[in-house]
Design a protein around this ligand. Structure first.
Ligand code: BGC
Ligand code: BGC
Length: 683
């Protein structure tokens, strides 16, 4: 029982001792009833909180929650911080709305899916313990599979996917990526990149599906895979995320990132409005129609105006004309870079960016400074409260739509989705479809591909033949990518060759053999794998577009001595014209990712080549920029070029059916037998 000190003197009330006892019990009962009633009232209120009720429409929940929030809580929702500065206390005390992993920002080296879920759930518990318990969203660049994560399936980079020209494949890759991302407790990916790269000197050209805006539009189908397919009656333009196996997608970088002068990263895109809308904008419209939930702003400028401060394009056009109802996120330190010396007038940058219409800010480190600056700007009526409310309402809409309030924590039961065999098989198929066959035989009647699996002795050479990191490119494990075979799991091209050829075939690997060695070993043929070393963003800007040394001398030493197929691993067309005549065959493999078997599937004819160039292949860098439709168009290989081969199986089937259509069947059998012999025992 409560031991209450009664605040008056019993004697003065004229009570005897039993009366006193009764009164004391009476008061105690009243107090307990009051406390009970108070507790009950809180509980009932909590249950009646409209924003916590999943049966309420999203707009009702948003309005209800917004009405309960303080300015600090609202601004907190607009903040995204990197995981390296996040912990449960920061999440709770600053009401942080979102956390991210920048490139290579991982909980621990070689972290398992469980380790990711542990970390993210810990941050989330901090958010849930805040006054209103608003869950945070965790974002990451899963731009070719869940590429920051050890043991994830790494798909080809976008340039390779553009070569497949297969939207259905893109949708399936999106769905697989969403599952791998969710396997680590993450609900948001900064993908797809919708850049229309108009100059391969740009270090991000491999993040672009194509120089052709139409092709980029078709590839937005990946959004449906990532976020799920909105139901038939769903209103176009409203963000959609179909539950706990799907993730928020992000169309980036709005807009004109791929059109900068000389392909210099984060530079100025000089083009009239008609050109901007015709080349760089169309894919955003497709994305919005498909329900994309977020759009990231580009570091670049349009005709001298920083996109992060461009109210006309972000608020008036994207949110107004295109009716985008999701949230707009800044790029990493994008506000800092509004001033030409980054961070030199941060308060101004905050004002310019928020006024332009940015809703969530990838700060990502100095969050207290951002919060203080924005608070001050609102208190002094520089940034109006309804701008803040618009930003927060958009963020909350997405959080409610995706069911985050109902399922805020990572789900350990999905951990085995990471790097699953089904996803690796899909990636292998994607690699196969992404390969573009540029040359096959010194003349048409003497094709080198498909290669024989039964040759007695073959040579594999080159800087990229046995290097998983090179094969994956930038944005893999580390921001700038890695070199070697240990940082994640996958199959190198060398390993793929070894497991494809007949056990009787001797496979000799030398990274950089001299020509005497090549000549004197009786090789049936050589596979030369060369290309670019990994890079990301500005690190990849190049004025020369040359292959990694000693690529050119490897090609010379090998191709002048034995029949050779050259496989180029690169994020874009690179200088190739001077070497091409010495090669028997040439394959552009882009940045295929972890599944090297996709390359051998086509080299050895288990599947045909079908990829088509998603970009113009230039003769010399002096021609750049050069895109299809240009008046001075004079490419080595034009956009859309790509030789095809049937699979060995198809070729045999075709010759057999040709036979049954009129040729006596014994002749058909002979034709088929010859076809098999020519293809399998090529030399
Ligand atoms: C890139 C974005 C990326 C972000 C987060 C920026 O540097 O431009 O594409 O999403 O970092 O890693
Ligand atoms: C981060 C990237 C980010 C880049 C921007 C790097 O340190 O890891 O995610 O895109 O900085 O400059």
């Amino acid at each position: 029982m409560l031991n209450l000190k009664l605040p008056w003197k019993w004697k003065e009330c004229g009570l005897n001792s039993s009366g006193k006892k009764m009164a004391k019990i009476f008061v105690q009962v009243v107090v307990i009833l009051c406390l009970g009633w108070w507790w009950w009232a809180i509980m009932v209120d909590a249950e009646n909180l409209k924003y916590k009720d999943p049966k309420q429409p999203v707009s009702v929940r948003v309005k209800d929650l917004l009405g309960r929030m303080t300015l600090e809580e609202k601004i907190g929702q607009m903040v995204q911080i990197d995981r390296s500065v996040a912990n449960a206390t920061v999440m709770k005390n600053y009401f942080i709305g979102s956390v991210l992993s920048g490139g290579g920002s991982v909980p621990l080296p070689d972290a398992r899916a469980q380790d990711w879920v542990d970390m993210i759930n810990d941050f989330q518990k901090g958010s849930l313990s805040s006054r209103l318990g608003i869950p945070m969203i965790y974002g990451i660049d899963a731009v070719h599979g869940h590429n920051n994560v050890y043991n994830a399936t790494v798909f080809p980079h976008n340039v390779g996917l553009g070569a497949t020209r297969n939207p259905d494949l893109l949708r399936r890759i999106g769905a697989a990526t969403a599952l791998e991302v969710r396997a680590t407790g993450i609900s948001y990916t900064f993908a797809p990149c919708l850049a229309v790269c108009r100059d391969p000197r740009w270090g991000r050209c491999y993040e672009s599906y194509s120089e052709d805006p139409k092709l980029v539009q078709n590839m937005t189908e990946i959004i449906i895979g990532l976020q799920g397919e909105p139901p038939a009656n769903y209103r176009k333009g409203i963000p959609y995320v179909g539950g706990t196996k799907k993730v928020i997608a992000c169309a980036k970088h709005f807009v004109g990132d791929g059109g900068t002068t000389h392909g210099i990263n984060e530079n100025n895109t000089v083009i009239d409005r008609h050109g901007l809308l015709g080349i760089h904008m169309p894919a955003y419209l497709d994305s919005i129609i498909k329900g994309v939930s977020s759009v990231m702003v580009s570091y670049s400028s349009w005709n001298g105006v920083k996109m992060h401060a461009n109210r006309d394009l972000i608020t008036r056009f994207l949110k107004g004309t295109l009716k985008f109802k999701g949230f707009v996120i800044s790029d990493w330190e994008g506000l800092d870079r509004i001033t030409s010396t980054p961070h030199s007038n941060y308060t101004y940058s905050v004002q310019a960016a928020i006024s332009a219409g940015i809703d969530m800010v990838m700060v990502p480190y100095k969050y207290a400074e951002f919060i203080d600056d924005l608070k001050l700007l609102v208190k002094n009526n520089v940034v109006p409260m309804d701008r803040i409310d618009d930003a927060v309402a958009r963020i909350l809409s997405v959080k409610f739509t995706m069911g985050l309030f109902e399922s805020p924590l990572g789900d350990y039961s999905l951990v085995n989705e990471l790097g699953s065999q089904a996803h690796r098989d899909l990636a292998r198929d994607a690699v196969r479809q992404s390969l573009v066959l540029l040359k096959n035989g010194k003349n048409d009647s003497d094709p080198l591909l498909p290669l024989s699996k039964k040759a007695p002795k073959i040579l594999v050479v080159g800087t990229h033949a046995d290097n998983l990191g090179y094969q994956c490119g930038g944005w893999t494990i580390a921001w700038q990518g890695f070199s070697g075979n240990n940082a994640t799991r996958g199959t190198t091209i060398l390993a793929a060759i070894k497991s494809t050829v007949d056990p009787s075939t001797e496979v000799v690997f030398r990274e950089d053999p001299d020509s005497d060695f090549v000549k004197s070993n009786g090789f049936s043929y050589a596979i030369v794998v060369i290309g670019e070393a990994p890079y990301a963003e500005t690190g990849g800007d190049s004025t020369t577009l040359t292959m990694l040394d000693p690529g050119p001398s490897i090609i010379k030493n090998v191709c002048e001595s034995v029949k050779c197929v050259v496989v180029v691993i690169s994020g874009r067309p690179i200088v190739m014209e001077p070497y091409i005549s010495s090669m028997d065959a040439l394959v552009a493999a882009w940045l295929p990712g972890t599944e090297g078997l996709g390359v051998t599937d086509a080299l050895y004819g288990d599947h045909g080549f079908s990829g088509k160039l998603p970009r113009t292949w230039f003769k010399s860098v002096d021609q750049l920029p050069m895109n299809f439709g240009d008046r001075h168009y004079d490419p080595l290989f034009p956009l859309g070029f790509g030789l095809t081969t049937g699979s060995v199986k198809d070729i045999v089937a075709r010759s057999t059916s040709a036979g049954t259509r009129g040729t006596p069947s014994f002749i058909a059998m002979i034709v088929a037998t010859i076809a098999v012999c020519v293809l399998q025992v090529h030399f």
